[in-house]
Design a protein around this ligand. Structure first.
Ligand code: HEC
Ligand code: HEC
Length: 298
């Protein structure tokens, strides 16, 4: 926004807020004193005998309104509320947030630092650390992996002991710190269109022991050995260095229906696990790694 427009909107808000207060004050004053004689019927009648009298507001009632007006004025002087005016106290939402973060840091910093010194397999047995890990997981990871860590299509299940990138403590920690990006290219064109995709998909399905058309699967294997083994290895055993999933274990990242498998092969996939290093820091990432490690141990 240009200076002029932000200035304009600031004054616009000030006019509404300030004008609103002045107007309410005026309205209240008008109701404190009534024109003419108090206690006289105005002549308005409803439901045959319900009459309106010319009375001012009860004193206590209008005093309450005056108090709210003075409170509002005091508030608007001390706190931001009038356009871009920042308020005498210099309070900001960001400032309050930063204060809370600093307080939490002071409280948990030393505990987390101690957790960080502990090796993951040992930390995974520490109930206090795992409680902290669970809380961190629900806050930072559950949006994608689900609060029970069982994942969803495209987001791996972290409890099943089946790993795209490896389940050793260092591998899990590296995944969290640096993120991962699985790149599965689109194969529709290289495979010669739908028929080719169908052949390879049939072979892929045969790898996890499904009943398939043997002849089609054999044709698919030829193409698989040409295009896919580089990443998925012989027999589709997978390669954790690339995050190329094992295709023979009947555990599917994107779903194992024939339609989904064909779609994966034809269009490709690119799952991205964000890096958490800068965002969470090493201590929290370490606790999370131990938490994830513990999940796959039961
Ligand atoms: C924005 C969504 C998103 C968030 C947030 C997220 N993840 Fe992930 N995570 C993914 C995706 C997608 C993958 C799979 C990447 C791929 O397909 O190559 C993944 C993969 C992983 C893996 C590797 C699993 C394996 O089989 O090797 C681990 C471990 C993991 N995430 C842990 C976490 C933790 C811990 C957090 C919280 C700090 C987290 N993730 C937050 C999306 C997310
Ligand atoms: C460049 C390496 C590479 C090649 C070549 C490759 N893939 Fe993949 N494939 C991957 C990666 C990495 C993933 C995981 C994608 C993700 O994490 O989003 C994947 C995922 C898949 C999946 C999804 C598995 C699941 O659990 O949902 C299937 C099916 C698949 N590939 C089949 C094939 C077939 C068939 C070919 C050959 C036509 C092939 N891939 C070639 C790297 C590759």
């Amino acid at each position: 926004m240009s200076d002029f427009t932000s200035e304009f909107w600031s004054w616009f808000i000030i006019a509404i807020v300030g004008g609103g207060i002045v107007w309410l004050f005026y309205l209240l004053r008008g109701n404190d004193k009534v024109p003419g004689e108090p206690g006289v019927p105005t002549g308005h009648v409803w439901d045959e005998n319900l009459q309106e009298f010319n009375n001012p507001l009860p004193r206590w009632w209008s005093i309450m309104f005056y108090i709210t007006i003075f409170f509002a004025i005091g508030y608007l002087i001390l706190y931001p509320g009038m356009g871009s005016y920042k308020g005498l106290l210099g309070w900001t939402e960001v400032g309050e947030y930063e204060q809370e973060v600093a307080a939490a840091e002071e409280k948990y910093g030393p505990i987390f630092a101690q957790f960080e010194q502990t090796a993951i397999p040992e930390l995974a047995k520490d109930p206090a650390a795992m409680k902290a890990g669970e809380r961190l997981f629900v806050t930072y990871c559950a949006v994608c992996h689900g609060s029970d860590a069982r994942g969803a299509p495209g987001f791996p299940n972290l409890r099943d002991g089946d790993w795209l990138y490896g389940g050793a403590p260092e591998q899990i920690e590296a995944t969290i710190l640096h993120g991962r990006n699985g790149v599965m290219p689109a194969w529709e064109a290289p495979l010669g269109g739908e028929a080719g995709v169908n052949m390879v998909a049939t072979y892929v399905m045969s790898l996890s022991g499904r009943e398939v058309d043997e002849k089609l699967a054999a044709e698919g294997k030829v193409k698989f050995d040409m295009f896919c083994v580089a990443c998925h290895l012989e027999g589709g055993k997978g390669n954790q260095a690339l995050g190329a999933p094992n295709l023979s274990d009947n555990i599917w990242l994107y779903g194992g229906s024939p339609r989904t498998i064909k779609e994966t092969i034809a269009k490709g996939r690119s799952g991205r696990m964000p890096a958490h290093n800068e965002f969470l820091g090493t201590a929290k990432s370490h606790i999370l790694a131990a938490y994830i490690y513990s999940l796959s141990q039961d």
